[in-house]
Design a protein around this ligand. Structure first.
Ligand code: ADP
Length: 450
C-alpha cells in the first residue's frame, strides 16, 4: 500500500480524499494556490505545499510545479480528483517517469477515452450502441450537411476535445447549420485549443443515465449500477440520483453489460463512468466515458455502502476486485450547492461566507470544504458543497432532501439552495417525469433587478 499520497486538487474532493487516506493509514500532502491558504484541505492534510498563485495554469494545472511538490515531500502516489489534471494523459505519463503511481487509469486508457471520436470508434468496435452521426471529424460544411441529411435534424455539433458541457450546439434546421458550425468551431478553438467537431443525431428528450464501473489491473471489470443525471442546466448536472426512476431490472442488465464491455474494451483500470443517453423507448447510446472519480460518486457510495475512493486506491495499489456487480438497495440523491444566484441566471456569487450551518441528521451527508468565515474565491468552480440524502424509497429521499435543504444555512453569498427547494416541490420531478431539457421550461422564479 502507498505510504504518502499527494492530492493534486482543491476543494471538497481534496478533503474527501484526505479523509479516506487517514482511514487507510496513508499520509497526505495537500497542494494549494495562495488564495486557498485557509482552505480545509490544507488544514487537514499531514503536509501542505503552496504551488503558486490563484490562476490555475500556474498552480493546479502546472505539471512541473506539482511534480516539484511530489519530489520535496517524497510522495509515492498522486490522486488527481476530478477536473484539473484528472484526465490529462501527459500528467499520468509524467507520474510514471517520476516512478510514482497516478491513481487512475494508464495514460493510454485516458487517451483512448479523452478524445470523443476515438472513444466512439472504440465503443463501436466493442459492440456498444452509440448515437448515429458523422463517425469522425467533419471536414467542411458540405460533407457535414450530407451527414445531417442522412440522420435527419435536429443534430448536435460537438467538439471532439469538449468537456464539462461546453463546446456543443444543437441545430434544428439546415438553414442555420452553416453559421452554427462556424460558431461551434470558433468556440472549440477558444476553449480547448482544438477546433475539431463532429455531428451526432440529437436525441430528443433523453435521460442522462451513467454507470459507475470499476476495473482492476488483472482485466476484471464490474459495474456498481447507475446514476440518473438528467437534471441539468446548460448541459451541466445539478442533481443526481440512484437508482434512476426510469430504470428496470431488465434495462439495468443490458446497460450494465454494455458499460462492462466498454471498460473491458480498453482493459480499464480504476473507477470510471460510462455515460449514456436513454430515449423514451429505453434505447440507449454511449456518450462518453469519464476516466476518473466523478463529482456525483457519493450517490453510488450511499446506495451500495462503499467508499469509492478507498476502492480506487486499492485498485491502484494492485489489489484485485471481486468482479461482482452491485444493485442499489436504497435511494440516494445529491444536490450540488453552487455559489451562484438562481434568481439571476445562475450568476457566480463568490465572496465571504458570514454564516454557515450545514444540514445534519439521519441519512444526510454534506461534502464540503467551506465554513463560516471562508471566502469563496472567484477563480475556480462555483460548487461549494454537495448535499446527499439517502432513504428507503425515492419519495422518502425527496422528503428528507426538502428537510435538509431547509436547514442548510449559508449567509453572505447567494447559493443554489432555493433552486433545489423549488425543484423538490415540482410535481413532474417528484413523479420521476423528466429529461435532460427539463429545466429549459422550469420557472426559476427569476427576480428582475434582484
Ligand atoms: P461533456 O463532455 O461536455 O460533459 P457530454 O457528451 O457528456 O459532454 O454531453 C453532456 C450533455 O449534453 C448530456 O448529458 C446531454 O444532456 C447532452 N447531449 C450530448 N449529446 C447529445 C445528443 N446526441 N443528443 C441529445 N443530447 C445530448
Amino acid at each position: 500500500m502507498f505510504k504518502k499520497i499527494l492530492i493534486a486538487n482543491r476543494g471538497e474532493i481534496a478533503l474527501r480524499i484526505i479523509r479516506t487516506c487517514k482511514e487507510m493509514g496513508i499520509k497526505t500532502v495537500a497542494i494549494y494556490s495562495t488564495v486557498d491558504k485557509e482552505s480545509l484541505h490544507v488544514r487537514f492534510a499531514d503536509e501542505a505545499v503552496c504551488i503558486g498563485p490563484a490562476v490555475s495554469s500556474e498552480s493546479y494545472l502546472s505539471i512541473p510545479r506539482i511534480m516539484a511538490a511530489v519530489e520535496i515531500t517524497n510522495a509515492d502516489a498522486v490522486h488527481p480528483g476530478y477536473g484539473f489534471l484528472a484526465e490529462n494523459s501527459d500528467f499520468a505519463e509524467m507520474c510514471i517517469e517520476y516512478g510514482i503511481k497516478f491513481i487512475g487509469p494508464t495514460p493510454e486508457q485516458i487517451r483512448l477515452m479523452g478524445d470523443k471520436i476515438t472513444a466512439k470508434e472504440t465503443m463501436i468496435k466493442a459492440g456498444v450502441p452509440t448515437v448515429p452521426g458523422s463517425g469522425g471529424l467533419v471536414k467542411d460544411v458540405k460533407s457535414a450537411l450530407k451527414t445531417c441529411q442522412e440522420i435527419g435534424f435536429p443534430v448536435i455539433i460537438k467538439a471532439t476535445a469538449g468537456g464539462g458541457g461546453k463546446g456543443m450546439r444543437v441545430v434544428w434546421s439546415e438553414k442555420e447549420f452553416e453559421t452554427q458550425m462556424e460558431m461551434a468551431r470558433k468556440e472549440a478553438k477558444a476553449a480547448f485549443g482544438n477546433d475539431g467537431v463532429y455531428i451526432e443525431k440529437y436525441v430528443e428528450e433523453p435521460r442522462h443515465i451513467e454507470f459507475q464501473i470499476i476495473g482492476d489491473q488483472y482485466g476484471k471489470v464490474a459495474h456498481l449500477s447507475e446514476r440518473d443525471c438528467s437534471i441539468q442546466r446548460r448541459h451541466q448536472k445539478l442533481v443526481e440520483e440512484s437508482p434512476s426512476p426510469f430504470m428496470t431490472p431488465e434495462l439495468r442488465e443490458r446497460m450494465g453489460n454494455a458499460a462492462i464491455s466498454a471498460g473491458k474494451a480498453i482493459n480499464y483500470e480504476g473507477v470510471g463512468t460510462v455515460e449514456f443517453l436513454v430515449d423514451k423507448y429505453g434505447d440507449f447510446y454511449f456518450m462518453e466515458m469519464n476516466t476518473r472519480i466523478q463529482v456525483e460518486h457519493p450517490v453510488t457510495e450511499e446506495v451500495i455502502d462503499w467508499d469509492l475512493i478507498k476502492e480506487q486506491i486499492k485498485v491502484a495499489a494492485g489489489i484485485p476486485i471481486s468482479g461482482k456487480n452491485y444493485i442499489p438497495q436504497l435511494h440516494a440523491m445529491e444536490c450540488r450547492i453552487n455559489a451562484e444566484d438562481p434568481f439571476n441566471d445562475f450568476r457566480p456569487s463568490p465572496g465571504k461566507i458570514t454564516g454557515f450551518h450545514s444540514s445534519k441528521g439521519h441519512g444526510v451527508r454534506v461534502d464540503t470544504h467551506v465554513y463560516a468565515g471562508y471566502t469563496v474565491p472567484p477563480y475556480y468552480d462555483s460548487m461549494i458543497a454537495k448535499l446527499i440524502c439517502k432513504a428507503q424509497t425515492r419519495e422518502e429521499c425527496i422528503t428528507k432532501m426538502e428537510r435538509a435543504l431547509d436547514e442548510f444555512i449559508i449567509e453572505g453569498i447567494k447559493t443554489t439552495v432555493p433552486f433545489h427547494q423549488k425543484l423538490m416541490k415540482n410535481e413532474d420531478f417528484r413523479n420521476g417525469n423528466f429529461h435532460t431539457r427539463f429545466l429549459e421550461n422550469f420557472d426559476f422564479g427569476q427576480k428582475k433587478n434582484h
